[in-house]
Design a binder for this molecule. Structure first.
Ligand code: ZN
Length: 261
């Protein structure tokens, strides 16, 4: 592997060929979106955080990272400019084709790093199940919300929303130059008993359905598209959260590699 980069797109084909065995046939695939993230975060936030977790874990675990998917299923964010939405069936197909291509070269363990939260999970599951069944490979989905359940409440943060204190903090740590924190507008979560977009919600969680254009218009008018309290964000918290995810991801990689031996 190139000493300077863990990214597949930075390698020559010879380096890519060598890293297959050196990595225990393991590769990471960051999956995000390009969608509005309030007044204060860039459109690419979901992809940037998934790529950052993948890159830092890959350096520690000595595995490569595939080019990130910058597009997601984001129909609910189309009320604000810059958002790109792709039909989820295409995303499932694309993800399967990426795994299929890499498996033909010898990769067997795939970690899909989810940067687009609960919206991504269903179609990642569809792609991963098909890859398991048809290709005989070992895909897993690494979801930050599940992987940080033990941490986020202790940070004084609320539950997962959108462009809230969790991803704002992580962006302050990973891409401080892209965060316009003075533009952040809070939109605190309503107290709910039955439903949250946070998959680790302790109450009863209904299956997720993206918001309607009218619901999102209301959110855009009240907070510029933010759901949560980004003014609670901090670089220090972002560093703790990010490093927690990197540590957990390295554990997941080691576990997958050990199963393959
Ligand atoms: Zn996001």
């Amino acid at each position: 592997m190139s000493e300077s980069s863990v990214w597949l797109q930075d390698m020559t084909w010879e380096e890519a060929g060598q890293i297959i065995e050196q990595s225990g046939k393991t590769i990471l695939i960051p999956v995000g979106s390009t969608e509005q993230h309030g007044y204060h975060l860039p459109l690419g936030t979901d992809t940037m955080v998934a790529a950052a977790v993948a890159e830092d874990a890959a350096k520690k675990a000595r595995v490569p990272v595939a080019p990130p998917l910058w597009f997601g299923w984001s129909p609910h964010h189309m009320v604000l400019p810059g958002t790109i939405t792709v039909r989820p069936e295409l995303l499932a197909e694309l993800c399967f084709d990426i795994i299929s291509s890499l498996s033909r070269h010898g990769f067997e363990n795939f970690v899909l790093i989810n940067g687009h939260r609960i919206v991504n999970i269903t179609w990642l599951q569809i792609a991963a199940e098909r890859a398991k069944r048809e290709l005989g490979v070992h895909p897993v989905i690494f979801d930050p919300a599940y992987m940080s359940k033990s941490l986020t409440a202790s940070m004084g943060w609320g539950s997962v929303g959108h462009a809230e204190e969790i991803e704002t903090s992580q962006m302050m740590h990973c891409h401080p130059d892209l965060v316009k924190i003075d533009r952040a507008v809070d939109h605190p979560h309503r107290a709910v008993n039955l439903y949250s977009v946070d998959p680790s919600f302790e109450g009863d969680t209904l299956c997720y359905v993206p918001s309607s254009p009218d619901e999102m218009k209301a959110l855009a008018e009240s907070s510029g598209g933010t759901a949560g309290e980004p003014t609670k964000a901090s670089e220090k918290g972002g560093k703790i959260y990010h490093n927690h995810l990197v540590t957990r991801l390295v554990e997941v990689i080691r576990d997958l590699q050990a199963k393959g031996n």
